[in-house]
Design a binder for this molecule. Structure first.
Ligand SMILES: Nc1ncnc2c1ncn2[C@@H]1O[C@H](COP(=O)(O)OP(=O)(O)OP(=O)(O)O)[C@@H](O)[C@H]1O
Ligand SMILES: [Mg+2]
Length: 337
């Protein structure tokens, strides 16, 4: 009878050696490679990195939503059961029930011709055998949970009648309606103005507290990471380069890329975006043999341009992909700095 504790010990999401390749006219594009992370139940993990670093495609691969020219390899499990590579009908059920998804632009995700009630209740009525009345009551309850003012009236409105912030709240409410174990949010506040962004972040933090939903949050915005997430994985050129608890990693970044990003921020305040470092990430069609960050790295050594650094777990909570050892690490091991 001790099966329950064992089942609970399985992390909610485990991703191992994830790679995404796209076939294009100018050759294969390796958008994601060797990405791995674990998400516990109720935990919030941020995927952070410059534009094109593979954040969105990593999530799309897990959801089975890659473009037709894309192919994912590696393994991913949801509560111990295989996720990556499952047939479309299985993935569709998982997306509808166990993983909720919120994209950046709610206007493209909402149907302009349907009332908020219709869009929110359709799945409940068709796939969860709720009556229209029950579904309306559940939708209303969820709109209240995402703190939409005047929720009852909103149900009868169309998307264009709502503000951008309200539409994003509707998207979050829709994603939460089936009570998913995991919510994936891709730049959920980027399209919103700063005040509304702050309100949505407060909401996400409150929903985590109240519903205990795990979150995988994709963002450029370190303010978003600090407000909502427990841990962060920094991505560069399709790879994870550093991972750890948010507060620790922001205070003591150990990868030169993370260090550069934080150093070039004007102020680590809410809304601070990832500053652009000098130089460009490599063309994903022509990766250098060593570390992809070498040309932009101020600590680059000879080995960096020839040997691809392996991911190393540096402590129980921190991991990094880098040949260079920061001074505090060499002090800790007794080596000369
Ligand atoms: N269908 C496709 N065919 C070819 N390449 C693609 C395709 N979709 C995405 N890519 C490439 O995959 C790489 C990673 O893209 P991805 O969308 O994951 O970046 P991102 O980190 O989410 O960036 P952003 O912050 O701009 O959203 C990019 O180089 C992109 O051009
Ligand atoms: Mg993206």
């Amino acid at each position: 009878m001790n099966a329950a504790p064992a089942a609970q010990a399985v992390p909610l999401l485990v991703v191992h050696d994830l790679a995404v390749r796209f076939a294009t006219d100018s050759g294969p594009v390796e958008a994601v490679r060797e990405v791995g992370f674990t998400l516990e139940r109720g935990e919030a993990l941020a995927l952070v990195g410059e534009s094109g670093s593979g954040k969105t495609q990593s999530a799309m691969a897990l959801l089975g939503l890659l473009a037709d020219n894309g192919r994912a390899t590696g393994t991913a499990t949801l509560a111990g059961a295989p996720l990556l590579g499952q047939p479309e009908h299985v993935l569709r059920r998982i997306r509808g029930a166990r993983i909720g998804v919120v994209f950046q632009d709610p206007m493209t995700a909402l149907n302009p011709y349907l009332t908020i009630e219709r869009q929110m209740t359709e799945t409940l009525v068709l796939h969860r055998s709720r009556s229209r009345r029950e579904a309306r009551a559940e939708a209303l309850q969820m709109l209240e949970a995402v703190r939409i003012t005047d929720a009852r009236r909103r149900l009868d409105q169309y998307p264009h009648e709502l503000s951008g912030g309200m539409r994003q709240r509707v998207m979050i409410a829709m994603a939460l309606l089936p009570r998913p174990e995991l919510l994936i949010l891709d730049e959920p506040t980027t399209a919103l103005d700063v005040t509304v962004q702050a309100q949505i972040l407060d909401l996400l933090a409150a929903l985590r507290r109240d519903l205990g939903t795990a979150m995988l949050l994709i963002t450029h915005d370190l303010g978003v990471v600090a407000a909502v997430c427990d841990r962060m994985l920094v991505m560069y050129a399709g790879e994870g380069v550093e991972q750890g608890p948010v507060a620790e990693l922001l205070a003591h970044p150990r990868h030169p890329y993370t260090q550069g990003l934080l150093a070039s921020l004007p102020a680590r305040q809410h809304g601070a975006r990832l500053a652009t470092l000098a130089g460009q990430p490599p063309d994903p069609r022509a990766r250098p043999p060593g570390c992809a960050f070498t040309p932009r790295c101020r600590h680059a050594m000879a080995v960096c341009s020839t040997v691809h650094p392996a991911w190393t777990e540096e402590s129980a909570t921190r991991g990094r992909r880098c040949h260079w050892q920061p001074p505090e690490a060499s002090a800790a091991t007794g080596e000369a700095p």
